[in-house]
Each structure stands twice: as C-alpha cells, then as structure tokens.
Design a protein around this ligand. Sequence first.
Ligand code: ATP
Ligand code: MG
Length: 331
Amino acid sequence: MKQVLLTGDRPSGKLHLGHYVGSLLSRVTMQDQYDSYIMVADVQALTDNFENPGLVQKNIYEVASDYLAVGIDPNLATIYIQSQIPEITELTIYFMNLVSLSRLERNPTVKAELTQKGMTESIPVGFLCYPINQAADIAVFLGEIIPAGEDQQPMIEQTNEIVRRFNRIYDVELLKECQAHIGLNGRLPGIDGKNKASKSLGNAIFLSDDTESIRNKVKDMYTDPNHLKVSDKGQVEGNVVFTYLDAFHNDKDELVELKEHYKRGGLGDVPLKALLFNDLEALISPIRDKRATLSHKFIKEVLLDGTSRARTKAQETMRQVRAAMGLNHFT
Ligand code: ATP
Ligand code: MG
C-alpha cells in the first residue's frame, strides 16, 4: 500500500510561483510514488472571505486549472473540493475538544496571518480554528506526506499533537502522524521583497500571467535600493531578483559568477532582470498554453470524480473514528 500524500490550496486566487516552488513541483514529481490527495480548500478560503463567496466559487476552477496545467495527473492524484466532504467538518468538531484556545493563539502561522489580515482586534472563531480544520483535512485521509511551503510547518506540528492525543485517548492506532515536505526554496518572497508571495497581497507572479505581465512584474521587482549606478557595489542578500534566480535559473555556476560580479560592481539590474524574465517566461509559457486547452466541462468532471473517490475514503476513516469514540450507536 502506498503512503498517502495530502496537500491543498485555498481558492482565494490563482496559483503563483510561490505555490510552484513551495508545493506544486513536489506534488508532480511525487505523484507516482504516493497515493495523492489534492484538495481545493474552499471551506478554509471562506474563513477570511465569508462575505465574498463568489470569489471562492470562481477560484475553485482557477486553482484546479493550475493543478492540471502544471502536470498534476487526475489519473494518479485525487483532486477534490473540501466543502463536499462533510466528514472533514465532522472530524473538525471532534478535534475541537483536543485543542486549547491558548495553543491555537500561540500558532505562529495563525499569529502572522491575523496581523497580515488586520484581524488582531476581533478574531473570527472560524479563522482561529482553521488549524483544527487542517488537522482534520489531513487525518481523515490518513495523510503522511504533506508537500507545503515553510509557513505550514507549525500546522503540521499542531496536526501531529491532535493525532497523538486522539490515538492515546481512544486507545487506537488509527490516525497517522504526518511530515511536511518543504519545497527546496522554502518561502518565495513577493516582488515587493517585503512579504512572501501571496495571492491576497498582489505581489505574486501567477502561473497564468501573460508575457507582458511577467515582464512588468520583473521590471518592478525589488533589488538593492543603494545600487544606483551600474558601477556601484550591489547587495545580493534580500535582492528579490537573485532570490528568484536561485529558484529558477538552471545554470548555477553562471549564477555564482553573476553574484560575484554584482557584489564587486559593474553589473546592472537590467541584464539580470532580462535573464530572469527569460527563465520565467520559459517556465510559465507551457503552463499557460496547457491551461488554455482545459475546458470548464473537463475540469468539472475531474473535480466530480475526485471528490467522489475522496468521499469514499473519508467515510471509511470516519466509520473507524466513530467506532473508536463510541459514536456507532446504530451499527
Ligand atoms: P492566501 O493569500 O489566500 O493565504 P497564499 O498565496 O498564501 O494564499 P495558500 O493557498 O495559503 O496560498 O498556500 C497554499 C500552499 O502554498 C501552502 O503549502 C503554502 O505554504 C504554499 N505557499 C504559498 N505561498 C508560498 C510562497 N510564497 N513560497 C512558498 N510556498 C508558498
Ligand atoms: Mg496563505
């Protein structure tokens, strides 16, 4: 039996290069090896978009298109919609008894996101509890391998605490502990250099961006603000162009030389940005082309079929969860 790989994205916008390096690429390369479950997390997207359900609904198709366009194969991976698996919601409720409020408030990812979203005054309970929901997302499919960005590490720890508690309290070995599989480049910054690239911050290069958008975003990319003349010595650290070249430029020896040249002066931002633009256009153009071939009807079929397969698996786990908790009154 293959181990279960599980991961997902909030349909709060189209997917971007941060998703690509953080998690999408590993999903594609690992999909043969594992039983892959890939979730469009619409319930989670609603935790901070509850007043805008249309946005979430529309982006379910965008995110699914991005999955297929980067090479996730619906014959190998089960792609499904979170809200259509009510077993996840049920397990979330049971898990709520296993976590304290102070533990949730200490979760560093939640803390950072509350600040980022300006929710520090009045925290929606649903938002605060989303790590519990995420634990249920993983546990209900017995997920063990979680390809995700660096920011998700605290979520995995919290999931494992809940899983261990559940198994101990109900004296079973049912739920599995999981481990994060963090993409090679950790956390990709946005073009502003201030935050991580994020759908909600408008600072990302999307996998569906056209050539001109990519060109303009690369042009606007944050470099070294003190590198005014070509002859000036430049700083590589914190320079978004170099961070992106680290992630996307294949010729690593050339990159070492470029960094040395930039540091000692004499290399301007313009040729570096041209190089990066070429790398990104070469990466994104086949994804964009594939995306254009995907019909709404096909995507719907993929989602429907994946959701139905996922539900069967979740129902099986929940039968065992209810039995362990003494909730199988009529069976
Ligand atoms: P939102 O702004 O709505 O939270 P997001 O851009 O942060 O969207 P998510 O759907 O929250 O994207 O994240 C999905 C997955 O992609 C997670 O595993 C996350 O760690 C990873 N990810 C997101 N942004 C980046 C990034 N900039 N670098 C690396 N991984 C990322
Ligand atoms: Mg996020």
